[in-house]
Design a protein around this ligand. Structure first.
Ligand code: FCB
Length: 446
């Protein structure tokens, strides 16, 4: 018999998705386009040339997907609301889009599944000129948050403002591999500032109409080890962590950015106004941490790396301990990164809001035996059980993802679901990992 890791009975088990990655229904009910639609339309941006127009067709199949979650035993569901679906270009409520989420939320509540909504999982409305480089976007986000609070807040016990703002800021405006595809270091820092301002303004807006929602943010903190003991490599690893962690956590706790970061933003610093950090530092009811892997850094070489202050050393692709997307399987990192954060910032209660692996095992004879993902989940949940037993205040875990889906710049080439999706037929097939989670979630200790 399988030994399951032990968790307290109150521990929450869920699965996670995001609107652009699963919904499709791209033009239904007055939905507007997002910067990810625009990015997909640019040749060469997405590995397989695909887009999110249909994705998992969840927009039309949400009843089936909610039933699937319930059958597998998930009691919590983290998903995102598409900003482009629920407000129009003037920022007014779009009833058809809101109705979709009301139907989804009603279906979840009827099945005893508690929703956890993220307001922004990267799909910024295209019409917001200048995007995150424009301060006004933070105010438009607050207007959008207000619409959701008023129209759907009665069905939303827990809400996060942003998902992984590091990706929007740095993958989107420095490295340029995510929408909108800008490559300019100071711009990425300005985008990060405006994202955190949006978070703060969004929480203020939400609390102006509802006080009964648990509110927070979802980050993907970095654990970066130095490639060697050389002083330059150690400094590079520290710089990578400052960018990923301090840029986002400092404002949450009313602290200014480290000097190294302020130096990198240069003259754009003038666009950060006195009082902004205090707006970012709204009380948090929870923080969501997403964890997949760690990084290794060494001293920068190219001019571009020097602007950042580090270069990443990708793991040797021949190593056996990599997932199909090439990320190192490193369960100890979950513990190490959480402890690093707790040593530096007074975090509220934690939920692990994403964790999972790309395992592209196909369906054979009606089954998908994703052994690598299964091992990944087992090792990470064993690690998590130890952390919880050791007294770290982690209240729940959402596996990424319920379904195989549109994996951003990787298109449909990487499968993160515990349920396989055949994109030609939209057939859903639970994988071995889903069956194992189902047993774990129904085991007495869970
Ligand atoms: C995270 C994203 C999520 C998914 C996973 C694999 O960074 O939040 O949407 O793409 O990675």
């Amino acid at each position: 018999m399988t030994e399951f890791p032990h968790f307290p009975p109150s521990f929450e088990w869920g699965c996670a998705t995001a609107a652009f990655q699963i919904e499709g229904g791209a033009t239904e009910g007055g939905k507007l386009s997002s910067i990810w639609d625009d990015f997909c339309a640019q040749p060469g941006r997405i590995k397989d040339g695909s887009d999110g127009l249909i994705a998992c067709d969840h927009f039309h199949r949400f009843h089936e997907d909610v039933a699937l979650m319930a059958d597998l035993g998930f009691r919590h569901y983290r998903f995102s609301i598409a900003w482009t679906r629920v407000v129009d270009e003037q920022g007014r409520a779009n009833q058809a889009g809101l109705d979709f989420y009301r139907r989804l939320l009603t279906a979840l509540h009827e099945r005893g599944i508690t929703p956890n909504a993220t307001l922004f999982h990267w799909d910024l409305p295209s019409h917001l000129q200048g995007g995150w480089l424009h301060r006004d976007t933070a105010h438009r986000f607050a207007d959008y948050a207000l619409v959701v609070a008023r129209e759907l807040g009665d069905l939303l016990p827990r809400v996060a403002t942003l998902n992984e703002p590091w990706c929007s800021a740095f993958l989107g405006h420095d490295i340029g591999v995510f929408a909108p595809g800008v490559q300019d270091r100071p711009s990425s820092l300005l985008a990060a500032h405006h994202l955190m301002l949006a978070h703060g303004l969004g929480l203020q807006a939400w609390r102006s109409v509802r006080r009964d929602t648990q509110l927070g943010i979802v980050l993907n903190p970095e654990l970066c080890d130095a490639a060697s003991d050389a002083q330059q490599d150690v400094a590079a690893a520290r710089m990578a962590e400052l960018e990923r962690n301090d840029v986002f956590l400092n404002p949450l706790f009313n602290r200014e950015w480290p000097a190294e970061i302020l130096q990198q933003i240069g003259p754009l610093a003038e666009q950060r106004r006195p009082g902004d950090i205090a707006i970012c530092a709204q009380p948090l009811d929870f923080i969501g941490l997403n964890y997949y892997t760690r990084s290794i850094a060494q001293a920068p070489v190219s001019a571009e790396e020097q602007r950042r202050g580090y270069r990443f050393v990708p793991p040797d692709p021949q190593r056996p301990d990599l997932t199909d997307i090439g990320w190192e399987i490193y369960p100890q990192g979950l513990d190490r990164v959480t402890r690093n954060l707790l040593a530096k910032w007074p975090l509220p209660p934690i939920w692990i809001t994403e964790n999972g692996a790309a395992d592209n095992t196909p369906v054979t004879d009606g089954t998908c035996d994703d052994q690598m993902r299964l091992g990944y989940l087992q090792s990470h949940l064993a690690q998590l059980a130890q952390m919880v037993a050791g007294g770290i205040d982690i209240r729940g875990y959402y596996v990424w993802s319920l379904l195989d889906n549109f994996e951003w710049a990787q298109g449909y080439t990487q499968r993160f679901g515990v349920v396989h999706v055949d994109y030609a037929t939209q057939q859903r097939t639970p994988k071995s990992s889903a069956r194992w989670l189902q047993q774990l979630m129904s085991s007495p200790q869970a």
